[in-house]
Design a protein around this ligand. Structure first.
Ligand code: FES
Length: 145
């Protein structure tokens, strides 16, 4: 894989000319399994906290696998009270898109979406389906209907 393509996959294309970095790998994706209750998912906000070598960071997104659903949901964090939940089914021909930091990419024909689900590059013409999200002090609720 070319370095430039690798960086784009990681969502860090701006780093190509500004910051020399170690290319040991993309940051890992955090997966969460959930099941729906009353047609909604409850995700603890702590799922966004990553601790590595005594350093705590906030993940920009997590991926939620839901029993009984064909595609996972990408949950992006804008702030402690603002999240975007996206259905990861490409609107072009129904492949599963790959969530990254700052972008979702379809491996089938290259469509790209921003983290609001809006089409950036086709061939997809329609935005990703999104879900209504609410929060309280501890949890994030994704409303499936
Ligand atoms: S199915 Fe995603 S771009 Fe074609």
């Amino acid at each position: 894989m070319h370095r430039k393509h690798f960086l784009k996959l990681c969502g860090y294309t701006f780093l190509v000319t500004t910051i020399p970095i170690s290319l040991s790998g993309c940051s890992s994706i955090h997966y969460v399994e959930a099941s729906a209750s009353d047609n909604r998912l409850k995700i603890n906000k702590r799922e966004f906290i990553a601790t590595k070598k005594d350093k705590t960071t906030i993940r920009p997104f997590i991926v939620i696998s839901v029993s009984g659903l064909e595609f996972p949901i990408a949950l992006y964090r804008a702030s402690d009270s603002q999240y975007v939940a996206l259905w990861t089914e490409c609107t072009h021909q129904n492949c599963e898109v790959n969530p990254r930091s700052g972008i979702l990419e379809c491996p089938c024909h290259g469509s790209e979406y921003d983290i609001s689900g809006i089409v950036l590059n086709g061939p997809a013409e329609d935005n990703l389906k999104s879900f209504h999200v609410t929060t309280d002090h501890e949890n994030i609720y994704i409303h499936l209907s």
